[in-house]
Design a protein around this ligand. Structure first.
Ligand code: NAD
Length: 477
């Protein structure tokens, strides 16, 4: 299979003819040749999007009209969800059952933002007998969307849907390690009747195609999801043109288990939180903090559960943990396993390639106990099926441990003490907190992190804010 860019309604190779190869994580064999975009391809895509913005119908259409197209996009995704899931499974190593869930969520993203744009309230302020002040929301222009390789199709649509709903033409630059599912977007957009030039897709390496998109003066907003260090580079490069930025970055989210919690459910959440999606989840609960009274029991049960997580071929419906995305990433995760052992953490489950999977990027569900906050495995995002467990005695200590990393994306709290919940909600440094529940999203709520986990929020009207400018009109009455 070959993948090309999609610019101004046409499938095109790179201007330079450059390509790169995508690997299948279950075997690490090359299986896909992909156009490798550079500054010329980005320039062509931005020009097409800019023309769609200045001359095309999309930004001028009513919210209802755009919503109708978005709903057709959702239907076109649903009619291909098996194919999307199969591509994603092969391309990323995600277990097929979980890839299917991501395809459903992608369709839902479009339906959801169709609803948001048709029901969005307006801001109006009246000064009695003097003035009416109202806010016009205007699409900001060409939106640059740069996305990561974990759950790629879902995360691409999580940006595409609100950008399109807001009236912005887009240039999407998918991650180079997972380009396959994005290759279905052109036919989906065409089938739904999206006007030509509104959706543009440029594949390529981050430092080439991504950097060119960030540097382009006709792209006033960049919505980025990826690593914190990449986010920092993008911020620096975007400063030249003073771009608006939405930054969804890395995490090292704590899951706090107090002795008064429902331990069975907390255990389910801990297993799901770090081993689903191969542990390649920004909001993974990768640090489990457990109160001393229940620590030994919790560690033992978590290790037992981890040992039962079924690691296997991504396409097998019985598989719970598939292949990690890429040999480079696999090496990085395995290096953290070595580091954890050298640092003196106690390996109680996993830590090695399962014997029945001699090739591909497979690792058993891994649990380190007795992890201390100074250890690198406590501090750094591993982004794989590796969890660190740390004991605490008091609520104050739990809070200190929870906040002891540079990240602040999510936190998960398991306790039956309501007053403690409120206290911790005030003081945990995280953009989102789940209490006695797993990572289930309400798409209307603000999604995003604090500290090194990001800037700004996406979700509901927060996403629309990213892609619109507020224009205030003061009207004398
Ligand atoms: P990454 O930062 O390596 O790459 C993300 C994207 O940025 C890719 O498309 C890449 O090509 C591009 N890129 C790389 N260098 C660039 C540059 N100089 N200029 C412009 N673009 C560039 O991230 P990844 O490894 O693909 O994804 C994993 C990371 O994403 C993890 O840290 C994870 O926590 C984070 N993530 C965060 C969220 C969130 O919502 N907070 C969600 C998913 C993933």
């Amino acid at each position: 299979m070959n993948l090309e860019h999609y610019i101004g309604g046409a499938h095109v190779p790179s201007v330079t003819g450059a390509t790169f190869t995508a690997l299948e994580p279950a075997t690490n064999k090359p299986y896909l040749t992909v156009a490798a975009g550079g500054p010329e391809d980005i320039a062509a895509a931005v020009a097409a999007a800019r023309t769609a913005f200045t001359e095309g119908p999309w930004p001028k259409m009513s919210g209802d009209q755009r919503a109708a197209v978005l709903r057709r996009i959702a239907a076109a995704i649903e009619s291909r969800d098996d194919e999307i899931a199969a591509r994603e499974c092969r391309d990323t190593g995600l277990p097929i059952t979980q890839a299917r869930g991501q395809a459903h969520r992608a369709a839902h993203n479009f339906r959801f933002f169709a609803d948001v744009i048709t029901t969005l309230g307006e801001e109006v302020y009246r000064v009695a007998s003097a003035q009416l002040n109202y806010v016009l929301r205007k699409p900001v222009g060409v939106a640059g969307l740069i996305t990561p390789w974990n759950t790629p199709f879902m995360l691409e649509t999580w940006k595409l849907a609100p950008a399109l709903a807001a009236g912005c033409p887009v240039v999407l630059k998918p991650a180079e390690w997972s380009p396959a599912s994005a290759g279905l977007l052109p036919e989906i957009m065409e089938e739904a009747g999206l006007p030509t030039g509104v959706f543009n897709l440029v594949h390529g390496i981050g430092e080439d195609a991504g950097a060119a998109l960030v540097a382009h003066p006709d792209v006033p907003v960049i919505s980025f999801t990826g690593e914190t260090t990449t986010g920092q580079i993008i911020m620096r490069n975007a400063a030249e043109n003073l771009k608006a930025l939405s930054m969804e970055l890395g995490g090292k989210s704590p899951l706090l288990v107090f002795a008064d919690a429902d331990l069975d459910r907390a255990l389910d959440a801990a297993v799901f939180g770090v081993f689903s999606l191969n542990g390649e989840r920004c909001t993974a609960s990768s640090r489990v903090l457990v109160q001393e009274e229940v620590y030994d029991e919790f560690v033992e049960r978590l290790a037992a559960r981890a040992s039962r997580v079924k690691v296997g071929a991504p396409g097998d419906p019985a598989t719970e943990l598939g292949a990690l995305i890429h040999p480079e990433h696999y090496e990085r995760v395995m290096e953290y396993v070595r580091i954890g052992t050298e640092e003196g953490a106690r390996l109680v489950a996993g830590g090695e390639r399962p014997a029945h999977l001699p090739e591909g990027n497979f690792l058993g569900a891994t649990v380190f106990a007795d992890v201390t906050p100074k250890m690198r495995i406590f501090q750094e995002e591993i982004f794989g099926p590796v969890v660190c467990v740390t004991p605490f005695s008091t609520e104050a200590e739990a809070l200190e441990l929870a906040n002891a990393t540079r990240y602040g994306l999510a936190a998960y709290l398991w306790t039956n003490d309501l007053r403690r919940t409120h206290r911790l909600a005030q003081s945990i440094e995280a953009g989102m907190m789940w209490v006695n529940s797993q990572n289930v999203r309400d798409l209307r709520t603000p999604f995003g992190g604090v500290k090194a986990s990001g800037l700004g929020r996406e979700g509901g009207h927060h996403s629309i804010d990213v892609y619109t400018e507020a224009h205030i009109v003061h009207l004398a009455t």
